[in-house]
Design a binder for this molecule. Structure first.
Ligand SMILES: NC(=O)C1=CN([C@@H]2O[C@H](COP(=O)(O)OP(=O)(O)OC[C@H]3O[C@@H](n4cnc5c(N)ncnc54)[C@H](O)[C@@H]3O)[C@@H](O)[C@H]2O)C=CC1
Ligand SMILES: O=C(O)C(=O)COP(=O)(O)O
Length: 528
């Protein structure tokens, strides 16, 4: 029986030739299916290829009895329930490089069209109006382009904007001063970018952290007359806030390719003359479509031939033997990474992971990948997983070192993770206690005993009478219940930390209030 591949979104005919040539593969193209039709159809297929339209929900995955692989002919996998796919052992691959150029070119096209009001002028002309007054534009030269998210596409946009003689300022959690200097651009925080830019373009994935990154407050902080471009994902910009900012005159224009809900029709943003829009066309070129289709097709052929795939998004790859020894540490190793990632906002330069005790006898690379994933996922979200964690670290120039020693100072096993940035080093150690489960036993130089679960608060403070009380009182005022609390100090009257487990998520404004307390130096909320 040949391998059945369903293509449920429009794909380049030329790009799928690797599938057409494979003698063991049969292809069916069925685009525009609604969920019910897809639920029915998917039952018979071994592989599914999609673009951004098809919503590969948990329900679809659960109905896909034979499905072993999903190919995303493009970058964003936010239309695929990765967790469900992984749970069901379905490998997801994407094509992260094939449409970079097209998306960057589309962004520049939108930027230029926006600055010179080309769509509006063309529209008027089509309607028989020869109007040379209304459509006065602005030059790009010497203007500042703010880029939020300097990955593949963001970096290409930066290079092209420099060609337009624009100044570029960017923010990306992986952007360091050296990298920025090499690219001939400025770098700063999101706030710096927002305040400095005449045009702002976003190129991040849509994540919890990037959802409504450009919101009411962000628009208020921008220059008057700023112009906005979104060719990344709907939802990074709060569409309501954008509408208000345009109507109030704060934002002079916006060019949108992607929307919170697609298709994007009958929306009030489209009634504004300052808004130009395309229907998610960033990757819609002959070249990009051929390239992404070739990439996923090759990966599908490779996978069903038992060969390694090039662009796995969620592929687990641990031998059964090793798995039985290290599996109990999977959750802990990732949580140590997540914990550390919350302790600094600076670009990560190096990660050292030390396995002490019995663990040192095993191949722990899968745990290392898990920890690295835990660290990187703060900024990469679903773009990073155990399979591509090491690759992502390499891509962002983050060194990952694994160390082993058979002595674990009183513990049967101990995993110590160290995270280095340009100016700071943070360390956290964890273990599994026989019958008691996972514990974090050290944070920097402080000995602790924390169950790595729920909502944690890490607070640096001065060892001073009343410091703990102030924190307790403020949290009580905010109606946040403290479940557990531990303190550690370097010396009496010196630096100290509090580690609290609380019953609710601590909101950013509550953190601000804690930081404002006397003798409190740093507060980090860590959700595990
Ligand atoms: N309109 C379209 O048709 C297309 C849209 N896209 C979308 O463009 C986006 C970017 O794609 P790529 O550049 O290929 O991805 P990438 O993974 O190479 O780059 C994303 C960058 O965003 C950064 N980032 C993550 N969180 C951030 C935050 N909070 N603030 C600032 N930066 C943050 C990451 O560090 C990374 O460098 C994706 O959402 C993708 O789906 C991609 C292709 C076509
Ligand atoms: O690659 C991406 O992330 C895109 O947004 C492109 O989407 P599309 O394949 O054109 O539906």
């Amino acid at each position: 029986m040949p391998i059945q591949v369903l293509i449920s979104d429009p794909l380049s005919e030329d790009g799928i030739y690797p599938l057409q040539q494979a003698t063991n593969i049969q292809i069916e193209v069925a685009t525009g299916l609604n969920e019910d039709a897809l639920l029915e159809k998917i039952k018979d297929f071994d592989a599914l290829i999609v673009r951004s339209q098809t919503q590969v929900t948990r329900k679809v995955i659960e109905a896909a009895e034979k499905l072993k692989m999903i190919g995303r002919a493009g970058v964003g996998v936010d239309n695929i329930d990765l967790e469900a796919a992984t749970e069901h052992g379905i490998i997801v691959v994407n094509a992260p490089d094939g449409n970079t150029n097209s998306a960057a070119e589309h962004t520049i096209a939108m930027l230029t069209a926006l600055a010179r009001k080309i769509p509006q002028a063309f529209n008027a002309l089509k309607n028989g109006i020869w109007d040379r007054k209304t459509f006065i534009g602005v030059e790009l030269k010497n203007k500042t382009l703010g880029i939020i998210g300097l990955g593949r596409i963001g970096a290409e946009v930066a290079a092209r904007a420099k060609g337009q003689r624009m100044n570029v300022i960017a923010y990306d959690p992986f952007l360091t001063k050296e990298k920025a200097q090499k690219m001939g651009i400025d770098f700063g925080t999101v706030d710096d970018v927002i305040r400095a830019a005449d045009f702002i373009t976003v190129h991040t994935p849509l994540l919890k952290e990037t959802k409504h990154l450009l919101n009411k407050e962000a628009f208020a902080a921008m220059k008057d007359g700023v112009q906005i471009i979104n060719c990344a994902r709907g939802g990074i910009i709060d569409e309501e806030a954008l509408y208000d900012a345009i109507v109030s005159g704060k934002v002079a224009g916006a060019a949108l390719d992607v929307f919170e809900t697609e298709p994007f029709l009958d929306h009030k943003l489209l009634t504004l003359p300052q808004v130009i829009a395309t229907p998610h066309l960033g990757a819609s070129t002959v070249e990009a479509q051929e390239s992404v289709a070739i990439d996923v097709s090759n990966d599908i052929v490779a996978f069903f031939n038992g060969d390694p795939v090039r662009n796995p998004v969620n592929l687990p790859s641990v031998s059964k033997d090793v798995l039985s020894k290290i599996e109990p540490f999977f959750d802990l190793s990732e949580k140590l990474g997540v914990f550390l990632s919350r302790m600094t906002n600076e670009a990560v330069e190096e990660i050292n992971i030390k396995y002490a005790g019995e663990l040192a006898n095993y191949d722990v690379r899968a745990l290392t990948r898990n920890t690295v994933k835990g660290i990187l996922k703060r900024n990469l979200g679903s773009h990073v997983n155990d399979v591509n964690a090491k690759f992502m670290a390499d891509r962002f120039g983050v060194k990952v070192n694994e160390h082993k020693t058979t002595t674990a100072k009183g513990f049967l096993h101990l995993i110590t993770v160290e995270l280095l940035t340009a100016t700071t080093t943070h360390r956290v150690a964890g273990t599994l206690l026989n019958g008691l489960g996972a514990r974090i036993v050290k944070v920097d130089d402080y000995v602790v005993d924390i169950v790595p679960e729920g909502h944690l608060l890490y607070i640096e403070h001065k060892d001073q009478p009343g410091a703990i009380g102030k924190v307790g009182t403020l949290l009580a005022m905010e109606n946040i219940n403290i479940a557990t609390m531990q303190v550690g100090r370097s010396a009496a009257g010196g630096d100290a930390i509090m580690m609290l487990t609380v019953d609710n998520v601590v909101q950013p404004e509550e953190i601000e209030r804690l930081i404002a307390l006397e003798d409190i130096f740093a507060v980090k909320a860590i959700d595990l």
